[in-house]
Design a protein around this ligand. Sequence first.
Ligand SMILES: Cc1cc2nc3c(=O)[nH]c(=O)nc-3n(C[C@H](O)[C@H](O)[C@H](O)COP(=O)(O)OP(=O)(O)OC[C@H]3O[C@@H](n4cnc5c(N)ncnc54)[C@H](O)[C@@H]3O)c2cc1C
Length: 311
Amino acid sequence: MNNNVYDVIIVGGGPAGVAAGIYASRKRLSSLLLTKEIGGQSLNSGSIENFIGFEKLSGMEFSEVLQNHLRAQDHITVETGVEVVSVSEEDNCVVVVDGQGKEYRSKYLLLALGSQYKRLETPGEREFEGKGVFYCSICDAPLMKDKDVVVIGGGNSAFEAIIDLLPYAKNIHVFQRSGVLRADAVYQERIAKHENVHIHLNREVKTFEGEAFLSGVTWKDTLTEEEGELPVAGAFVAIGYIPNTSLVSDLVDLTEKNTIKVDRKTFQTSHPRIWAAGDITDELYHQINTAMGDGVNAILNIYDKVKMEDV
Ligand SMILES: Cc1cc2nc3c(=O)[nH]c(=O)nc-3n(C[C@H](O)[C@H](O)[C@H](O)COP(=O)(O)OP(=O)(O)OC[C@H]3O[C@@H](n4cnc5c(N)ncnc54)[C@H](O)[C@@H]3O)c2cc1C
């Protein structure tokens, strides 16, 4: 057990957590950042092209950029390879426990645990991730210029992916496993007038195929059992995402999508000692640049709280 009570513990080493960590150090908050790794979910990305200030970075290069900037700070303790397994409150402190049973205490906690895109868990999906199989259409649609693609899913996420792809892709096929599209009518109406969007109901992907990069998918009709192949350069899996909120589901208010409700200006949650930033929140847009901004806003607001206590 560590008796030190930090001003703030930041959990998560993605863009939100790292941005918060850099600001915490510069504000001379006594701060600790705990994370499994530095970089976050876009580590697997082959090419990040919208991180402002860098024309193009691989996921690994992005992680290095974050690590170098964070490690250059002299007023924050960073522990990687740490999985936080519980969060609770005791004696006006937040108590964080890692997988080894080690306890850490702080006045305030900033959660930057991110989220995970739901995978189909279909053969070939992981092999071609970032090499034709994508989950972030805002990020990767521009790679699909004049190419044929398939979007997998029939809800709002899938229709948002179609809209992101329309300025680029030649033909957009949409596979929906069930016979019903769940996307809002307004989305469906917008898409209906585009002749290059081909909706296939009752169709599921069986395998993702290719050599170095994806070259197509095999599919099966869930009603007739008919099978076939579709050559595509890109497959966008858009079946939703899972925010990493299970650790705190009994401490903070969540939305129906299990994201954390935050105040838009301060990024404080419903709990007086807990803030949240990045993809774990109910923010509308989930991107690297927005996650960093969230982290900065959250830590500056925590700094204001700490400063008020010291007066
Ligand atoms: C393949 C892919 C490519 C992408 N490409 C782009 C792109 O090109 N441009 C763009 O803007 N966005 C892109 N995104 C989206 C972008 O990555 C996210 O919006 C952004 O990473 C969110 O940052 P975050 O800090 O909120 O969370 P994350 O990046 O998810 O980071 C969460 C951090 O918390 C840590 N963590 C989680 N649970 C625990 C725990 N229990 N204990 C300790 N640590 C924990 C994780 O290890 C990780 O370090 C991409 C996403 C994916 C999946």
